[in-house]
Design a binder for this molecule. Structure first.
Ligand code: FES
Length: 105
């Protein structure tokens, strides 16, 4: 188990225990305040959009082109910190990462 800090859409911060080896989206969709993840991780819905804390974002592998293109279409896209959580593996090395659930767009 590792830790994740999740900021919900009301700005409330939650510290959760999370299993590694899952996509970040698979953890976040289980939370009442988490993501909808409608497409189930196929990189087509963008309802798993999160903002990764700037201190952590460089530690993630860069987005693939399909993720990057989908992100750019979003009204709430933030070039430096936006990610689709279904495209990010939650590993032990990311324990303590802070992510904010992006608004519904
Ligand atoms: S769950 Fe649909 S794009 Fe991530």
């Amino acid at each position: 188990m590792a830790r994740m800090i999740v900021v919900d859409r009301d700005g409330k911060q939650h510290e959760i225990e999370a299993k590694t080896g899952l996509k970040m989206m698979e953890i976040l969709r289980e939370l009442d305040y988490g993501v909808a993840a409608i497409c189930g991780g196929l990189c087509s819905c963008a309802t798993c959009h999160v903002y990764v804390d700037p201190q952590w974002v460089e530690r993630l592998p860069k987005p693939q082109s399909d993720e990057a293109e989908l992100l750019k279409e979003l009204g709430d896209y933030r070039p430096a910190t936006s990610r689709l959580s279904c495209q990010v593996d939650f590993t032990e090395a990311l324990s303590g990462i802070r992510v904010e659930i992006a608004p519904d767009s």
